[in-house]
Design a protein. Structure first.
Lengths: 251, 480
């Protein structure tokens, strides 16, 4: 059982405070959703946890299994088990998906150890079959010329191969039509399980029809202002974010 | 004989993950006693010494003396090239150092102090694995030269320049200095005066050499100038692939490497010439390379420049016969403190000739890369084609890249295409790769390897692996 604890976290970019004292804990096997209006700091939270160099931590801590990860480089955090599914994944021209994932797995091995190529491809094809991804995909350059749906599926494939302890999914539903949304959600549902904790960041409730969360947090102005079970997402959908704002003003 | 010098990095502690890696595989040197030493500076006396040591024919001594005059008379080309050339101190350079003029035919005969250098560079091992012949030059002369018996039985000649001119003048004298005349530029003149070593290859008509011939050029001494001279003649319908590798230890003073390489592909012949240059970052690498392609012949240069302080090199093909083809594939990586000034020259001199140039450069840190290209198609020809593509990759904002393509096409019966692009490895891209667990160095290395991937795939397997390994080392080392 692993935990990812965000404690009273403050994050700023270019001296502008975006996340203002946010606290939440995700355990293995749990699915948490963070919802909130645009510009409220959801993506900033995910990138700060992953160690993006543009963000400055102003207060608080992020603990993985009780140990702070804030002093770690982004790649060290990744190897420790933190995975970020990007909203806008980068293109890596000339690097095939197969070589990219191989390099990522190789980076996790002890010095002098080499990946067993045939076992690697066997596993890669097995995961691709599971996610209904055409095997020809492996020869394409990472994200280059991919459709929105292909990019998101590629992120899920990477998550499947790297088997993180915690996956931060940043607006995984954005830019997807209904069919692509279903394929990506099915993939995440396949990967869900006791070994991984998932933190989904989304603007819309529709993703949560496909991936049912255990906990829903509502984020507003850099903080979590409300938490509840999946019914909170439906309530939010029905009443809109203005409802949260009004409650805040009244409180 | 002394042990490893302090430039050796093999036994460094592994506290820093990068520290354990031998950052530059060629950066080591062993003390060697030289039996022949021409002293410092270039003069008639030094040229005489070199010619005498080699027991050369009078015409060759005369050739050298005329070249020396040309060298002294020619100014440095700083009106278009970098002024860094002015930092070469020709009077401090040592122009000839060797233990002897006759290369050994077996590794067992090679003196131990020289042999261990080549063993450490993996040359004997490569020879056993995949080469048809090897020449290993140590400072001025080849210490080892051998060709597989099956290949020499086909009539293939693979010797050093001294032996080639002495034993086979009827073959080599005809083309020697004809593709690149002495006065082509100041450095070709210097080479013509002081040349020593290099390969002379002749492939008889119709013979296709199945495995590559390789030369390895090693600079071992400080303040040294290496001036090898290579001439490859591929007779009608013959084919050969030649590969060269180069390394030197890093000294605090500068070293000069100034080769002249001439290729002659007779009717229907094919020559492929592959270079992986990994000179230390104090080496001025000023090389003139040109091929002459006769009717339906093909010359392809694959030129990879990773090391050196300044490289100026523009492999060219003179397309002399109808339907001749020329190709240059150039990969240059300029790291901090390096300037890679590379490119290609395609001189169309017959109808229906085709040329292709693909140049990819990578600039890292303060590194600077320059592409210079000349394509010349005159009015009286018809049906000529050229395709030029130059792509530059910048890693971080301080690096610099320039492109100077000079394409002169006269007449209206030709097809010419030119494309250029500049791209950057963005911070987002590095973060993305790091988020998947790659270190910053590994992330840059993977990006660079992706950028050149389509070109590297055209190399023989062993060389593309070597190139990837060199890029990995450069990128690991460039992380601040």
């Amino acid at each position: 059982m692993s935990t990812l604890e965000v404690q009273n976290l403050g994050v700023s970019i270019a001296d502008k405070e975006i996340v203002k004292g946010l606290t939440l804990t995700v355990g293995s096997g749990e699915v948490h959703a963070i919802m909130g209006p645009n510009g409220t700091g959801k993506s900033t939270l995910a990138k700060a946890i992953a160690g993006h160099p543009d963000y400055t931590i102003t207060q608080g801590d992020v603990l993985l299994d009780g140990h702070s990860i804030l002093e770690m480089e982004p790649d060290e955090r990744a190897r420790a088990g933190v995975f970020l599914a990007f909203q806008y994944p980068s293109e890596i021209p000339g690097v095939s998906i197969a070589n990219f994932l191989r390099a990522a797995l190789q980076a996790r091995m002890a010095e002098g150890e080499e990946i067993d190529a045939s076992a690697y491809y066997k596993r890669l094809y097995q995961k691709m079959d599971m996610l209904s991804i055409d095997r020809k995909f492996t020869a394409r350059s990472v994200n280059e010329g991919f459709s929105g749906g292909e990019k998101k599926r590629c992120e899920i494939l990477q998550m499947a191969m790297l088997e993180p302890k915690f996956a931060l999914m940043d607006e995984t539903d954005s830019g997807l039509d209904i069919d692509a949304l279903r394929i990506v959600s099915d993939g995440v549902n396949q990967l869900k399980g006791p070994g991984v904790g998932i933190l989904m960041i989304t603007h819309y409730q529709r993703l949560l029809n496909h991936i049912v969360p255990d906990v829903v947090h509502v984020m507003y102005d850099g903080r979590i202002v409300k938490s509840g079970d999946k019914s909170l997402a439906l309530e939010l959908e029905a009443k809109g974010y203005d409802w949260v704002k009004k409650e805040l003003v009244n409180a | 004989m002394s042990d490893l010098t302090e430039t050796d990095t093999l036994d460094t502690a592994a506290a820093n993950p990068v520290e354990g890696i031998d950052q530059s595989s060629g950066n080591f040197s062993y003390d060697v006693k030289y039996a022949f030493d021409a002293g410092t500076g270039i003069s008639e006396r030094v040229v005489d010494y070199i010619s005498a040591v080699k027991k050369e024919a009078p015409w060759l001594r005369e050739f050298r003396m005329n070249a020396l005059k040309t060298f002294l008379a020619k100014p440095l080309p700083t009106h278009w090239a970098t002024r860094d050339l002015e930092n070469i101190d020709f009077d401090r350079i040592r122009y000839y150092l060797s233990q002897g003029q006759k290369p050994k035919r077996t590794w067992d005969e090679v003196p131990a102090d020289i042999k261990r250098t080549f063993e450490r560079l993996g040359i004997p091992e490569q020879e056993r694995k995949f080469l048809a012949g090897v020449e290993a030059q140590f400072d001025s002369e080849a210490a080892y030269s051998n060709i597989k018996e099956a290949v020499s039985k086909q009539g293939v000649i693979f010797v050093n320049s001294t032996e080639g001119l002495r034993e086979h003048p009827e073959i080599f004298r005809k083309w020697f200095g004809k593709v690149i005349p002495t006065g082509d530029n100041k450095f070709s003149a210097l080479n013509s005066a002081a040349f020593s070593g290099g390969s002379f290859i002749y492939v008889p008509p119709g013979v296709k050499v199945s495995h590559p011939l390789q030369a390895y050029f090693r600079i071992n001494a400080e303040n040294f100038g290496q001036f090898e001279r290579t001439l490859i003649i591929c007779d009608e319908g013959a084919e050969v692939t030649y590969m060269e590798g180069c390394t030197a230890p890093k000294f605090s003073t500068s070293t000069l490497h100034s080769a002249v390489v001439e290729l002659v592909a007779l009717r229907g012949a094919k020559i492929q010439y592959i270079t992986v240059q990994n000179w230390a970052s104090n080496v001025f690498n000023l090389v003139t390379k040109r091929g002459l392609a006769h009717e339906e012949a093909e010359i392809k240069w694959i030129d990879c420049n990773i090391g050196s302080r300044l490289t100026m090199k523009y492999p060219g093909v003179v397309l002399k016969g109808r339907k001749a083809r020329g190709e240059v594939i150039s990969i240059a990586l300029a790291n901090d403190g390096q300037h890679q000034d590379t490119g290609a020259k395609m001189i169309h001199a017959a109808d229906e000739t085709t040329s292709t140039i693909v140049a990819k450069s990578i600039s890292v840190g303060q590194g600077r890369s320059t592409y210079r290209g000349v394509v010349h198609i005159p009015r009286h020809l018809k049906g000529c084609k050229n395709n030029t593509e130059c792509d530059a990759l910048l890693i971080n904002t301080n690096s610099r890249t320039d492109t100077y393509p000079a394409i002169t096409v006269r007449g209206d019966r030709h097809a010419v295409q030119h494309e250029a692009s500049v791209s950057k490895v963005s911070a987002e891209q590095i973060f993305y790769l790091q988020q998947r667990g790659l270190t910053e160095g590994q992330a840059m290395s993977l990006s660079v390897n992706g950028f050149i991937n389509d070109l590297a795939r055209q190399f023989p397997m062993e060389y593309s692996v070597e190139l990837k390994r060199l890029i990995d080392l450069e990128m690991e080392g460039s992380v601040g």
